[in-house]
Design a protein around this ligand. Structure first.
Ligand code: GDP
Length: 396
């Protein structure tokens, strides 16, 4: 490598006889570099032709106005603020959200779930494009339970929804990285509200049908859709009854080509199964539908189903009731999480815990007695004094 061409300036306090190697000699800095191609300095910056870019810090007003005006860059940055683990950002994000709250709540919120490979992203892309063509503004958010647990990702690794992501009427945001599912859920809910405030009238939340994430998504959306596949005779296997109970529609995707007949058979089977399952939404009959995300068939019908659902449940009051229930459940689940963290991070409780566990295992005390003793030791006020940041426990 070519030797760097610095000049050094010798301060007056360097001993007379010492040369440039004296430990306290001072590099003269960028101005002293004669050859601007040396090092990492952009020659245009070094020569003063362009100024280095600086990300402007947005004020609370900038965020509120930008999001309210539907500015996508500000929306993205507002979501980054929500996702930040810094308590300072958290507080700012909450103030912004508070001011935007009157603009939220008007979108239709739809959840999509299904096993990897079922065709979620292909379907959402085709469906989203169709809605944009009809004049809707569509936001797609993903909740990826794998990224919160293992930092790996099922949903996010591939380049997804390429055509939809390029449309100005669409906004796509991947799952927030890391953290607990509870933390991811809070961030996703708040992201959803930001998107609503920015004028998106259809919000699609996508998740993988594994683990608990579909329950989390069900608790955020108005309409929940399960995408399934027909396959080698095991159509109904691998679909947990629990997930079917959450669904307002079951969509058999890839109903095209050689698969069309199989899809029709599967539809009949799902219809028969649904009869034995409690409907996810009171007053609404869940059915199975066929679609092909590749051939774009069945998508318009699906949209009609969803709009029909909106009309019926709004008229019956079930829509509003569900939204209210979701808000309160959200609040309660955050309280649960907060208290849980305070309890299990309390020094007195954790100090006593090993002995109590031992005593339970030896049959010396019952689990009920153990709980009573630990709860008695637990002092909420003292625990709160530790100022655990409940929303960012991972920062502790
Ligand atoms: P995801 O993991 O559920 O998001 O599934 P993808 O949308 O990535 O789809 C998985 C594979 O199924 C891809 O190769 C798609 O091209 C394919 N696929 C998705 N929808 C359809 C469809 O309607 N028909 C056919 N034939 N293939 C499809």
């Amino acid at each position: 490598m070519e030797e760097q061409k610095y000049t050094t300036s010798k301060p007056s306090w360097v001993p007379e006889k010492d040369d440039d190697k004296f430990a306290c000699s001072v590099m003269s800095g960028i101005d002293g570099i004669k050859d601007t191609t040396v090092g990492n300095i952009n020659p245009n910056i070094a020569s003063g032709k362009i100024k280095p870019k600086r990300r402007m810090i947005l004020s609370e007003d900038d965020y509120v106005n930008g999001v309210a005006n539907g500015d996508r860059i500000t929306l993205s940055r507002a979501i980054t603020l929500i996702e930040s683990n810094s308590p300072r950002h958290f507080k700012k994000a909450q103030r912004v959200l508070q001011r935007l709250l009157p603009r939220t709540g008007n979108a239709l919120r739809i959840g999509f779930t299904g096993v990897p490979g079922a065709g979620k992203s292909t379907t959402i892309e085709a469906f989203g494009n169709m809605l944009c063509d009809e004049g809707h503004k569509v936001a797609v958010l993903t909740i990826d339970p794998t990224s919160s647990v293992t930092k790996g990702s099922i949903l996010g690794d591939k380049t997804r929804m390429g055509t939809l992501s390029r449309r100005p009427e669409a906004f796509i945001r991947p799952s927030p990285a890391g953290g607990t599912l509870g933390g991811v859920a809070r961030k996703s809910r708040e992201t959803m509200l930001m998107c609503e405030a920015a004028g998106y009238d259809v919000i699609i939340i996508e998740t993988v049908g594994v683990g608990q994430s579909e329950t989390t998504v069900r608790s955020m959306v108005d309409f929940f859709l399960l995408i399934v596949l027909t396959g080698a005779g095991d159509d109904l296997q691998g679909i947990k009854k629990g997930i079917m109970e959450l669904a307002d529609a079951i969509v058999i995707n890839k109903a095209d080509g050689d698969n069309l007949m199989k899809a029709k058979v599967a539809r009949g089977e799902y219809e028969r199964m649904i009869e034995f399952i409690r409907p996810a939404t009171p007053g609404w009959a869940t059915h199975a539908y066929l679609c092909s995300a590749v051939e774009h068939t069945g998508l318009k019908e699906l949209w009609e189903v969803i709009k029909g659902f909106e009309k019926i449940t709004k008229e019956s009051g079930v829509w509003q009731k569900r939204r209210e229930g979701q808000l309160l459940d959200w609040m309660h689940s955050m309280i649960d999480e907060h208290l849980h963290n305070l309890f299990f991070e309390d020094a007195v409780v954790t100090g006593r815990m090993p002995e109590i566990r031992e005593a339970v295992l030896k049959g010396q005390i019952s689990p009920t007695q153990a709980v009573a003793e630990l709860i008695n030791l637990f002092d909420v006020k003292r625990a709160s004094m530790r100022q655990v940041d409940i929303f960012h426990p991972e920062k502790e």
